[in-house]
Design a protein around this ligand. Structure first.
Ligand SMILES: Nc1ncnc2c1ncn2[C@@H]1O[C@H](COP(=O)(O)OP(=O)(O)OP(=O)(O)O)[C@@H](O)[C@H]1O
Ligand SMILES: [Mg+2]
Length: 369
């Protein structure tokens, strides 16, 4: 589709309990470039488990963020955002092929699969593929209350909300080649995406070019930092630094940080095993998980990928949030022009920005279809 050189793509805004992050993109021919990006740390409590407790403070933070980017200049007032994972549901279900009204059947299925009354959610669905005599349908839903909080927030901030997505959808758009709008090969691969964030860890199983389900759990980078601070009796700021430097190194800090990390990562490994067992039981025709892809700031924990690979016997990699940018691979692109002038920060921390990048890519992809 043709669009003028002045066209302005919406801002992808990732609202978390402890931070706001945004990425705005632009496009030159087939080449996607970064228009602007930034991050702002929020005061704890103004957003709690996705609930916006203090909208005025969040609006102030959004305004500051947009006016003071780490890189570039914001050129749009349109926003693509996503709902907090703990308040949304996404699941691929199989229903009998039937000439009857699909809408009614899906409503009944939603009642069975989503642990919230259908009166309290907004939902959407789409058919994905056929299996034998069944039809696969991907259903997504968000609590009405949280959707209203988010739409009110943007109204009050005088920003125009283009779309409110589910986070697993934008993570897949950023991290998987299969999600590029020009992707035509049939990869047929099965992935487990793990987003290890500051306040939660979310696992998404993606199989044969579609999301199957997501699990959200209270395992977090922030908890690790708090444990380090309490155990070593140091300030949280120092604990955060120690976490980044030491990772699983048993020679640093007498192995104390390694022990704390091991404790948390073991909990995560248990969850991964449970999730894979559920996947194998529920989607037995889809074959084994081929790859685990890590994202979120927690993915940068030293040796994290190796530990997960060893305990699951599944290839485990840190993701590349620029995989769908039609640019050379991440390593090659560090010398690429688009990553000079402050953009190297985005390159180095791209796994913290995966959600924002996936959100920003939405209209870039739609615009070209
Ligand atoms: N090199 C590193 N080693 C260990 N932890 C890291 C590293 N870099 C970032 N982190 C951790 O990653 C977390 C931030 O990740 P991220 O930016 O993905 O969180 P978020 O998106 O704000 O949170 P959430 O998705 O849970 O709402 C912090 O806890 C931070 O300490
Ligand atoms: Mg996050």
């Amino acid at each position: 589709m043709w669009h003028s050189k002045n066209s302005k793509f919406p801002i992808g805004l990732d609202i978390s309990d402890l931070s706001l992050k945004f990425v705005q993109l632009n496009k030159n021919g087939d080449k996607i470039n970064i228009q602007a990006f930034s991050k702002y740390n929020l005061t704890p409590g103004i957003i709690d488990n996705g609930d916006i407790k203090n909208p005025q403070e969040v609006i102030k933070a959004i305004n500051y963020l947009m006016a003071n980017p780490i890189f570039g200049k914001v050129t749009a007032k349109e926003i693509v955002a996503c709902l907090p994972n703990s308040k949304t549901y996404i699941k691929s279900i199989a229903i009998d092929k039937t000439p009857n009204d699909l809408e009614n059947i899906i409503e009944e299925e939603i009642e069975k699969h989503i642990p919230v009354s259908i009166n309290n959610i907004y939902y959407d669905w789409q058919t994905t593929n056929n299996i034998k005599n069944k039809l696969r349908v991907l259903i997504g839903a968000g609590n009405k209350n949280i959707v209203e909080q988010y739409t009110n927030l943007f109204n009050e901030a005088k920003l125009s909300l283009v779309a409110l997505e589910l986070e697993p959808v934008c993570l897949c758009r950023a991290l998987l080649r299969e999600e590029h709008y020009k992707f035509t090969d049939k990869f047929d691969k099965n992935y487990c995406l793990i987003d290890f964030g500051a306040t939660r860890t979310n696992m998404t199983v993606y199989s044969k070019n579609t999301i199957l389900f997501t699990i959200s759990m209270p395992i977090s980078g922030e908890k690790i930092t708090e444990n380090i601070a309490t155990t070593l009796k140091i300030e949280k700021k120092q604990a955060e630094k120690a976490k980044l430097i030491c990772g699983f190194d048993s020679n640093s800090a007498e192995g104390i940080i390694k022990n704390i990390l091991t404790d948390v990562v073991n909990k995560l490994i248990l969850k991964i095993h449970q999730t894979i067992a559920f996947y194998q039981a529920e989607y037995s025709d889809n074959g084994p998980i081929n790859k685990i892809i890590l994202c979120g700031g927690g993915a940068y924990i030293k040796e994290f990928d190796e530990i997960i690979a060893e305990s699951t016997s599944i290839e485990t990699v840190r993701g590349d949030s620029f995989i769908n940018f039609n640019i050379p691979s991440q390593k090659e692109s560090s010398s690429n022009k688009i990553f000079s002038n402050g953009l190297s920060k985005l390159l180095n921390e791209n796994l913290s920005y995966t959600t924002a990048i996936g959100l920003a890519l939405r209209e870039i992809f739609i615009n070209d279809i």
